[in-house]
Design a protein around this ligand. Structure first.
Ligand SMILES: [Zn+2]
Length: 242
């Protein structure tokens, strides 16, 4: 039984397009036309191409097949997905981490008291920091003349006290690493911050631990962008395969 969906002589079938050329050798033309009479596959292909050409000539089909709306959409999405992913990485690296852990963990927000209260703004509570300089910052307090910062290592005996006139102070470079810390910031004069001293815990650790913590505390915008990038990428891949 003949399979009408396959070319009966593929090496001849592959030359069918030559039939459209005017300066084709008569002998080759004879062979191709003979093949066309006997090969259902090639005859159907020719008829389909002729019909398509007719439609394009009438203006019914204006868009070439290679630029179908589906492919255009796939291309735009394939371009948009990496842009969203890159934006997500920029936000994840440079924006303040989210106070809530994506995968559970304690709610750091609970340690910070009511909104607008005197609080440490960075690091956020529980934050994992790397080997670089640690800069503590906190919210301003009206009429405070300065701040006293006490940092103690909770898994060791390092302790340090510093003073600052404004809202930030760098921890000395000799603070042990890895290490877990408690920082307490007190406004001067005593009692000028109505809700008492501000406190935060943080730790210094290796890059892997810092990365894991940051991934778990992705800023909300970065988290949603990551989902959008994933969705765009998957959609682009599906559209391309359809
Ligand atoms: Zn054929």
């Amino acid at each position: 039984m003949r399979d009408e969906y396959r070319c009966i002589e593929p090496e001849v079938g592959a030359m069918m397009h030559l039939l459209d050329e005017d300066d084709l050798e008569p002998e080759t033309r004879r062979i191709l036309e003979h093949h066309l009479r006997h090969c259902d596959h090639c005859r159907e292909n020719r008829e389909f191409e002729r019909a398509l050409r007719g439609l394009v000539a009438q203006g019914a089909v204006e868009v070439p097949l290679s630029l179908s709306p589906r492919r255009v959409a796939a291309r735009v999405l394939a371009w948009a997905a990496p842009v969203a992913a890159a934006l997500c990485i920029v936000i994840a690296l440079f924006a303040a981490p989210s106070q809530d852990a994506l995968l559970g963990g304690r709610d750091a927000g609970a340690h910070r008291g009511p909104t607008g209260a005197f609080a440490v703004t960075r690091p956020v509570d529980g934050e994992a920091l790397g080997g670089g300089p640690v800069v503590l910052s906190w919210s301003p307090v009206d009429h405070a003349s300065g701040f006293i910062i006490r940092v103690t290592q909770t898994d060791g005996d390092y302790a340090w006290t510093g003073e600052a006139a404004d809202n930030r102070l760098a921890l000395p470079a000799d603070a042990p690493m890895p290490g877990e810390y408690l920082a307490v910031v007190e406004a001067v004069p005593e009692g000028i911050a109505p809700d008492g001293p501000a406190a935060v815990t943080f730790r210094r650790g290796r890059a892997g631990a810092v990365l894991a913590w940051r991934l778990n505390h992705l800023p909300r915008a970065a988290y949603w962008l990551a989902l959008v990038a994933l969705g765009l990428g998957v959609t682009a891949a599906v559209l391309r395969r359809l």
